[in-house]
Design a protein around this ligand. Structure first.
Ligand code: MG
Length: 340
């Protein structure tokens, strides 16, 4: 690897994260399931149905923020990785690394929040682990969750975008950048009162409703987390080797998120979400899927934001509000650390 030491930005979900995964973990662990780089791996058992399997660690700072906390995040993150893989989440594990001196009442609040999120998502937390490290050796609390889900064979390749065709529409279930800016607002000494909440939510219900009614028309799904909507779109364009055109005018972005991005020098396309799914859908089903999303509490501000084109460029083009066009690319660094 080019770097001698790990940098904070190796954890940002952008280009450096990908380099770390490719050059260290991928190089040593390489196998067909891991090499697909999907949200969850679809593991086959002899003669039995396939199971979707995924894991995620949570180190968010601060642990409590408007709209959620580290516990809710730890459940939703894993549930969503299963749901966007086309799986029905079934069971989770939860492992806790706790620093000596951590308050038991705070721990209990976090665990209660995990229980509530798991109950909403219809999953049970069926196994776990606890480790305590000396004071000063960890920043309070880190949580790792893993999850399994059952998967219908029809959806096993949905994360690989193999069925994406020119003409498919790109849909997102609501406003982008809310989680990242809520964390930044919770951290910063802002001179104004930023009215912004994380979108942290379990998406299994919303996605299940869409698959039940128009699963035949959904060609790709991914949750837009750390690297934001922009990273998912860039990866999608690369995977399906098509040009994806996004209409900036159609992008749902709250004004407070725009203002904060301007103020701090961020691009809302690459700001983290924790309750957003990006789908591509056959054109004849796009309106139906949009309606289904908008009927769900976690999809009220859903929008069709773009299309998959004929051009085999593998690039994402943004049609700007003022009529221009620009190619968007995953930024190398300087995203917010410890966002999830
Ligand atoms: Mg994911």
């Amino acid at each position: 690897m080019k770097n001698d030491v790990i940098l904070l930005n190796h954890g940002s979900g952008g280009r450096l994260t990908r380099q770390l995964i490719d050059e260290v973990f991928g190089a040593r662990f390489s196998n067909p399931l891991l090499d697909a780089r999907t949200d969850a791996s679809i593991v086959d058992f002899n003669g039995a149905d396939a199971v979707a399997f995924t894991t995620d660690s949570f180190v968010v700072q601060p642990r409590f923020f408007p709209g959620g906390d580290i516990g809710k995040l730890a459940v939703c993150g894993t549930v969503n990785d299963l749901a966007v893989s086309g799986a029905k989440p079934l069971a989770l594990s939860a492992a806790f690394i706790i620093e000596e001196g951590f308050g038991t009442s705070e721990l209990d609040r976090i665990v209660a929040s995990m229980a509530a999120a798991a109950s909403e998502a219809g999953v049970a937390i069926v196994t776990g682990d606890t480790k305590v490290v000396n004071s000063g050796m960890a920043d309070g609390l880190f949580i790792t969750t893993a999850g399994i889900g059952t998967i219908d064979n029809r959806y096993r390749d949905i994360g690989k975008a193999v069925a994406v065709r020119p003409g498919d529409m790109v849909i997102v279930n609501g406003t982008i950048g809310d989680h990242g800016m809520a964390i930044l607002a919770a951290r910063s000494d802002l001179s104004f009162k930023a009215d912004i909440k994380s979108d942290c939510a379990p998406l299994a219900g919303l996605i299940g409703a869409i698959l039940d009614s128009r699963g035949d028309a959904v060609t790709f799904m991914r949750d837009a987390t750390r690297g934001g909507l922009g990273t998912v779109l860039c990866e999608l364009a690369e995977m399906c080797r098509r040009e994806i055109t996004i209409d900036e005018h159609q992008l749902p972005v709250r004004q407070v998120v725009r203002s904060m991005c301007d103020m701090f020098g961020f691009d809302h396309m690459f700001i983290a979400n924790e309750g957003k799914v990006v789908m591509t859908v056959r054109p004849d089903a796009a309106d139906t899927v949009l309606d289904l999303m908008r009927k769900h509490p976690y999809g009220r501000e859903a929008a069709i934001i773009g299309t998959v084109g004929d051009v085999a460029s593998g690039k994402v083009t943004l049609k700007t509000s003022i009529g221009g066009k620009r190619i968007i690319a995953i930024p190398a660094g300087d995203q917010l650390p410890r966002i999830c």
